[in-house]
Write a protein that binds this ligand. Structure first.
Ligand code: SF4
Ligand code: SF4
Length: 371
């Protein structure tokens, strides 16, 4: 028999402390444990989903509650399950965008012309900013020299954004990966699945995950190098779908977030560095992996500040509840000094920073490297 939230929640409140939505709204009903409670009431007492959709929609899927819960209660998973039972237009639209990103990417790059048609989606037009090349004048440039290491085979998982929208990221990732690995060509991976999963398309998310595993097996199980924290986190989390234990372990050990490589760079030349840097830790990234990048900066005496506040992007929540995402984004920018450059390692966070603040000051760490 399935255990319900009340059966094992300790009411410790740890999830409340870390939940960005609770912190910004201070509404107990939007807290992680309230969401889990609502979910259990739906399961146990057949509570009408339509009446609770608003509560569950107040979640940006940051996974912070899951990370701290000693009882292992996976609230974003429950939110996704409810969403799967309660489709709505905005989720449907979001899933269409994710699914058709390859065809839509040229349109998005030029900026949507939809503000006259659907006013509440006008934020998406701002996504055009995300594709503008940043002015790198005055930004530090790191010239990297090749390490003398034996090269194994590796492939790069660019995620939807890297593959279809920000090809300069993919290029930079290939250059960095080439220092350590024999990198195979650009591959047509499917979406990592998290945007679909969190929008309630659980079946679709499983399908794309399985097809990515199949592609990896066809290539002979090479290392998979990832530079988006959300892709990395979900590709790991979903390993539980791989039934064969040896294959699962192999999959997990092949997944590498690329800051692990950066930490091994032995020689760089810094040509410019006139800015203050704020290195953002995405919610979906392991502390250890974030620190490995900071150690690299320390090694080369590059000054920075680190911040781990949630960006508030939220995947489909961006369309469902844009005001909430805007408030969280604005909250983030309140902690950024006017002359700071934000550097992050997650496609969603970077998009959100571009949507809610000065996009000219937002970079993926990949963009700092020059070869
Ligand atoms: S995933 Fe994040 S936003 Fe959603 S309930 Fe958990 S801590 Fe709150
Ligand atoms: S962290 Fe887990 S155990 Fe503690 S209140 Fe939240 S859901 Fe319950």
């Amino acid at each position: 028999m399935e255990k319900f939230y009340q059966d094992y929640c300790l009411l410790c409140g740890k999830c409340l402390e870390v939940c960005p939505v609770f912190n910004v709204t201070q509404f107990e009903e939007y807290s992680p444990r309230a969401k889990a409670f609502v979910y259990s009431q739906i399961q146990k007492k057949g509570l009408d989903i339509k009446n609770v959709d608003r509560i569950l929609g107040n979640c940006v899927g940051c996974l912070r509650c899951y990370e701290v819960c000693t009882q292992g209660i996976d609230i974003p998973d429950k939110v996704a399950n409810i969403r799967s039972l309660s489709p709505n237009f905005r989720r449907w639209l979001y899933l269409k965008i994710v699914k058709h990103l390859p065809e839509l990417s040229p349109l998005i790059k030029n900026g949507f012309k939809i503000k006259d048609i659907i006013p509440h989606l006008k934020k998406i037009k701002q996504l055009g900013n995300f594709f503008e090349n940043r002015d790198k004048k005055g930004l530090f440039k790191i010239k990297v020299f090749k390490n003398k290491k034996q090269k194994q085979r590796a492939v790069i998982f660019g995620g939807c954004v890297g593959t279809y929208l920000k090809k300069n990221w993919l290029e930079a990732a290939s250059n960095i990966a080439g220092l350590f690995y024999n990198v195979e060509g650009i591959l047509k991976w499917e979406c990592c699945g998290y945007p679909m999963f969190f929008a309630g398309d659980i079946k679709g998310a499983r399908e794309v995950f399985n097809s990515n595993v199949k592609l990896w097996q066809q290539l002979g199980n090479p290392k998979i190098l990832v530079f988006c924290a959300t892709c990395w986190s979900y590709l790991r989390k979903n390993a539980s779908l791989i039934e064969d234990e040896t294959l699962r372990d192999d999959w997990l050990s092949s997944l590498t977030y690329m800051t692990e490589l950066i930490a091994n760079i032995e020689s760089i030349e810094i040509t410019e560095n006139s800015h203050k840097f704020l290195f953002h830790k995405p919610c979906h990234l392991d502390d250890k992996l974030h620190k490995s990048f900071l150690e690299f900066l320390d090694n080369f005496k590059i000054k920075y500040r680190s911040l781990s506040d949630c960006c508030g992007f939220g995947g489909c929540t961006r369309l469902e509840n844009p005001r909430l995402c805007d408030i969280l984004g604005e909250r983030f920018w309140e902690n950024v000094a006017k002359d700071e450059i934000i550097v992050s390692g997650c496609s969603g966070c970077i998009m959100q920073f571009c949507l809610t603040g000065d996009f000219k000051r937002v970079y993926h760490w990949l963009e700092l490297f020059e070869f």
